[in-house]
Design a protein. Structure first.
Lengths: 335, 248
């Protein structure tokens, strides 16, 4: 365990699925040789296959204190990227339309916006995902090279590119499949929580670019930080698959809004738009309590009272959403 | 370490503890059983000729068939692996001030690709980047390990990548990534030195033939061999290994 822990909260009720976060991350970190198939930040449609395909059924994580076996996803599971033959079609003027090659049969986000049926109603929501910078990272424990480390000062989990030999035990061990192998460098890579930005006082690129303003960033053990309030005080944000045992530090405000069509006057738990079983699958049984708390806040606001929780979740400005301490400040925060 | 790992350590310690009697008396390799000895005759051929695995000089050199063993699963999460490659044939020749080691082993699948060479231009200045085509694939590889210091005159180091008293040198060849030198002083301490060395390989008729150019090593130097089978997800300590064999 680290002395302090950076955390992110994402309010899934606000995610538009626009992928601006994905592109911000891609342009900044994975526009290099060997990284084309990687999205350190991705946004997938739920219910759906996810990225890589079926990652939530590929093992990994902890059970009774033991690492669990995991499977290495294939390029096909990630979705093989394709190219467009611009040179031949545009510059040499063949007159034919620019077509992707190879002919795509699947790909990352192939099932975007497909969702599923709840009764007669289609439903889906977006799930943005980054590395969870877990408190008990399975990747770190699985690496025989001790190439993965968790920073003492802020809990960010990093892969030492000098020590990494590309064995990929970490990928199998990560229950969220958020580590990627770069075949060109022969090393594994992952989300670095934009630590070089944080160290300059800038928030993570994915959060900075988010038009939906759904990301909250700060130190989990800093009582003034929005993430501390949302996770530990108001208790309206939950980690993904808590039963995997790694204790993620990315938390989600579960999607519950808008209410189902035609259910005016009923509580969300009584007649949910999203099947609760599916939310329990993702976030564990506590998700029902969280939705109850959120619904109570909604009722309070509808009755003309002020809801601190909703005011925070609206996240009007960067100062509300982010609290990025300077490094020297970080060590002074009392644990 | 799991129970099987502990058992392996004990077995390896037993095996290596038998070694000092031989290796402390390098002149007496004759006392070794025949199957633990490696004959290395002198050859008048050039390095260029001997680096060809199909060179006639290798065909006329008798092969020593060395038994390979699977490392037990290092982690409880490892899928089990069967013994698909039960031996490696080793030929050694001394020439041009070097020791040439010719390894050949049967492997039904050649797990290798031509990885793209990374262009000199930085990626941000290029429109197209090189691709990762198989994040899940592993490549065939082979290595020879020997004591790093005073080869020939010391107690043979631990088979598990040497030990603090007996650091080891590895000459490692990977079908896709080429030849690289490594050093270690115990399990988990392996590091690449950054140097390469001459090695050439051919795969034909279900057999790998690889020639590695090692430095000149004195008689009674112990050598150990390892083979990684990409199709069995081999990498790291998940591999085939031999016990120590002594150069004559």
């Amino acid at each position: 365990m680290s002395r302090h822990q950076y955390a992110m909260v994402m309010d899934l009720n606000k995610c538009l699925g626009c992928q601006t976060c994905t592109i911000a991350c891609k342009k900044l970190w994975t526009d290099r040789d060997g990284t084309d198939y990687m999205y350190w930040n991705n946004v997938e449609t739920r219910p759906g296959l996810g990225y890589p395909r079926q990652w939530d059924r590929n093992g990994g994580g902890w059970k009774d204190g033991e690492l669990q076996p995991g499977r290495l996803p294939t390029l096909d599971d990630y979705g093989a990227p394709w190219e467009y033959d611009y040179e031949q079609r545009l510059y040499e003027g063949s007159g034919k339309p620019v077509m992707p090659s190879p002919d795509p049969q699947s790909g990352c986000n192939w099932d975007e916006d497909v969702g599923a049926l709840n009764g007669d109603d289609n439903f889906y929501f977006y799930l943005p995902r980054i590395c969870n910078h877990c408190t008990y990272p399975a990747c770190l424990a699985a690496c025989p090279r001790q190439a993965i480390y968790k920073r003492e000062e802020d809990g960010i989990v990093l892969i030492d590119q000098e020590r990494c030999q590309g064995y990929r035990y970490c990928i199998a061990a990560c229950p969220y499949k958020k580590i990627y192998f770069n075949e060109i460098t022969g090393k594994s890579e992952k989300c670095i929580f934009c630590y070089p930005r944080l160290e300059k006082g800038e928030v993570n690129a994915c959060a900075a670019q988010c038009p939906g303003r759904l990301r909250f960033v700060g130190i989990l053990d800093d009582p003034e930080s929005p993430v501390h309030k949302l996770v530990l005080v108001y208790r309206v944000a939950l980690p993904l698959f808590p039963e995997k045992g790694t204790q993620p530090n990315v938390f989600y405000v579960p999607p519950f809004n808008p209410p189902r069509r035609g259910n005016y006057g009923k509580s969300i738990l009584e007649d949910p738009r999203l099947p609760l079983d599916y939310l329990v699958y993702l976030f564990g049984p506590e998700v029902k309590d969280v939705i109850r708390r959120l619904e109570a806040e909604l009722v309070r606001a509808q009755n003309g009272e002020r809801s601190e929780v909703l005011q925070l979740l609206i996240g009007r400005d960067a100062a509300t959403r982010y609290r990025i301490p300077a490094r020297e400040q970080l060590v002074q925060i009392k644990t | 370490m799991n129970q099987r790992g502990q058992l392996l350590t004990v077995l390896l310690l037993l095996m290596t503890s038998a070694a000092p009697a031989f290796s402390q008396q390098p002149a007496h390799t004759a006392a070794l059983p025949q199957h633990l000895r490696l004959r290395a005759n002198f050859s008048p051929q050039s390095a260029e000729v001997l680096l060809d695995p199909a060179a006639p000089a290798w065909q006329s050199t008798p092969a020593q068939r060395i038994a390979l063993h699977r490392t037990p699963p290092l982690y409880d999460t490892d899928p089990p692996a069967s013994l698909e490659i039960s031996f490696v044939e080793v030929r050694t020749l001394r020439a041009a001030g070097k020791l040439f080691v010719h390894l050949s082993w049967r492997d039904a699948s050649a797990d290798y690709v031509e990885l793209p060479a990374v262009p000199d231009t930085p990626p941000e200045q290029r429109f197209l980047k090189e691709h990762t085509l198989g994040p899940e694939r592993f490549f065939d590889a082979a290595a020879v390990m020997f004591p790093k210091d005073a080869p020939g005159g010391v107690v043979s180091p631990s088979l598990q990548m040497g030990d603090a008293q007996g650091p080891v040198s590895m000459y490692y060849w990977n079908a896709a990534r080429g030849a690289m030198r490594m050093e270690a002083a115990g399990r988990g301490t392996t590091r690449r030195t950054g140097d390469s060395f001459s090695a050439r390989a051919v795969y034909a008729s279900g057999t790998w033939q690889v020639v590695l150019e090692l430095p000149e090593l004195p008689p009674a130097t112990p050598l150990a061999f390892a083979i990684w089978n990409g199709s069995q997800l081999d990498r790291d300590g998940r591999k085939y290994f031999s016990v120590w064999h002594w150069l004559e």
